[in-house]
Design a protein around this ligand. Structure first.
Ligand code: SAH
Ligand code: SF4
Ligand code: F3S
Length: 435
């Protein structure tokens, strides 16, 4: 037997890329690769990339630049680019950075074994197809080894919403759902391997239609699986929150009280220009309905400031919406024009102005996040413990609300669920005592 080759994967972007990186590593496992956590001794380096904002894409080229010494030290090293930059830029990547051997898009990485053979043969390999066949059916079976207590599971890919700023419909293609039986099979397999919490993933996960009753139908079936204790899903679009999915937040115990529901802006004029197809008012009403069935829901959101045409009054409407809704978690970004999207053709807001708005919005969101975390002090939560903490005897896990919680206790280990009383809110986590 030959010595195993070493694979270093670096993942950027969203959770879907985290899931894809796992599947790519498994796929190359069949070609004799084992994962390594440093590029120093790797035989193959794969960057699984994100194209969502300009900075994200540019980061890849600087990262590739930093790979040069590794290639010089080891001429047999193969360098690959996967993910959304691969899809968006294709052969352009090899033109700009000739030491790249392999470019593979998010919908064609099940073909990695053949592509790897090609690069081992000294050729360049490029595959950015949106193939007819189902990628998931062609991926190697997932290994049976034990794994940690939480896992991502991609159930839906692509997006048909075409928000005017967004590259995802172009890099990930049209909306496709995996059949519920296949998702259930993968979930059962994960549970057998020690997983107790599954986060269902999709660019637009609540548009899932692989189950006759949509995403809530899938969640309700998953809730019947013994050993699976927690279910989450991300990312959702407000227009796809149907009645039963809202109801599930009230009556499905295993569905966690945390919802990421991006709104992007609080101004109807901007929402229209973004092609979001909802208003600020309809979003606020929707949140009220969900909180009606689950009052303790922790809400998370995404915001874009400085979208073309955004005035100070439009921005103020975003601040007003944030004040009205109250977020426990949030991600906010300065608008970044993406080639090929409709908004990229429009006149931009002054960059200094946009920076200043971003700071004001982030100050407000940070205040809300801190308040939501501080409010937990004195409360009892359930924590799924994932790993040892930084200090001796410490264990760290997540509450229902996705807050990081640490305890010092020898009563809990990895994969345990325990009731914990929160005693202190520190910078990025909560300190608790096992009850
Ligand atoms: N499918 C998800 C996530 C899309 S990308 C959704 O619809 O919510 C994650 C976030 O990145 C978006 O919600 C948006 O806030 C931000 N984003 C996307 N394109 C962007 C752009 N061109 N400039 C700045 N932020 C952007
Ligand atoms: Fe992008 Fe909009 Fe689709 Fe989300 S819903 S992935 S922001 S186009
Ligand atoms: Fe980025 Fe692609 Fe995800 S652009 S956010 S990695 S879908």
């Amino acid at each position: 037997m030959t010595a195993p080759k070493k694979l270093f994967i670096k993942t950027y972007g969203c959770q879907m890329n985290v899931y894809d990186s796992e599947r790519m590593a498994e796929s190359l496992g069949g070609q004799g690769y084992v994962a390594t956590d440093t590029p120093d001794d790797a035989d193959m380096i794969l960057l699984n990339t994100c194209h969502i904002r300009e900075k994200a894409a540019e980061k890849i080229y600087s990262e590739l630049g930093r790979m040069r010494p590794f290639k010089e030290a080891n001429p047999d090293l193969k360098i690959g680019v996967a993910g959304c930059v691969a899809q968006a830029e294709g052969a352009e990547i090899m033109a700009r950075q000739p030491m790249v051997d392999l470019v593979v898009g998010p919908q064609s990485y099940h073909r990695l074994p053949e592509l790897e053979a090609k690069v081992r043969d000294g050729q360049k390999a490029l595959d950015t197809d949106f193939p007819e066949e189902d990628k998931f059916e062609h991926l190697v079976a997932r290994p049976k080894a034990k794994r940690g207590p939480t896992a991502f599971l991609t159930v839906q890919e692509g997006c048909d919403k075409f928000c005017a700023f967004c590259v995802v419909p172009y890099t990930r293609g049209a909306e496709v759902s995996r059949p519920a039986e296949r998702v259930m099979g993968e979930a059962l397999d994960l549970v057998e391997r020690g997983v107790r919490e599954i986060t269902l993933l999709g660019q637009n996960v609540n548009a899932y239609h692989g189950h006759a009753r949509g995403l809530s139908g899938l969640i309700r079936d998953l809730a019947k699986v013994d050993g699976l204790e927690r279910i989450r899903f991300t990312t959702s679009h407000p227009n796809d929150m149907d009645d039963d999915l809202i109801a599930a937040h009230g009556d499905c115990d295993k569905l966690m009280p945390y919802l990421h529901l991006p709104v992007q802006s609080g101004s109807d004029k901007i929402l229209k220009a973004m092609n979001r197809k909802h208003t600020a008012e309809s979003y606020v009403r929707l949140i009220e309905r969900i909180r009606g069935v689950r009052p303790d829901l922790l809400l998370s959101g995404d915001f874009i400031v400085g979208f073309p045409g955004e005035t100070e009054a439009d921005f103020q409407a975003t601040l007003d919406l944030v004040e009205a809704v109250g977020y426990g978690q949030a991600y906010s970004f300065k608008y970044s024009p993406r080639p090929g999207t409709p908004a990229a053709e429009r006149a931009e807001v002054d960059a200094g102005e946009a920076d200043e708005r971003l700071q004001r919005l982030q100050a407000l969101l940070t205040r809300q996040q801190k308040a939501a975390q501080d409010e937990m002090v004195g409360r009892e939560v359930t924590v799924l413990f994932e790993k040892p903490g930084r200090l001796r005897g410490q264990m760290v896990g997540k509450s229902e609300y996705l807050h990081a919680v640490h305890v010092t206790s020898d009563k809990v280990g990895r994969g345990d669920l325990a009731r914990v009383r929160i005693v202190e809110s520190v910078r990025n986590s909560l300190a608790g005592e096992v009850i």
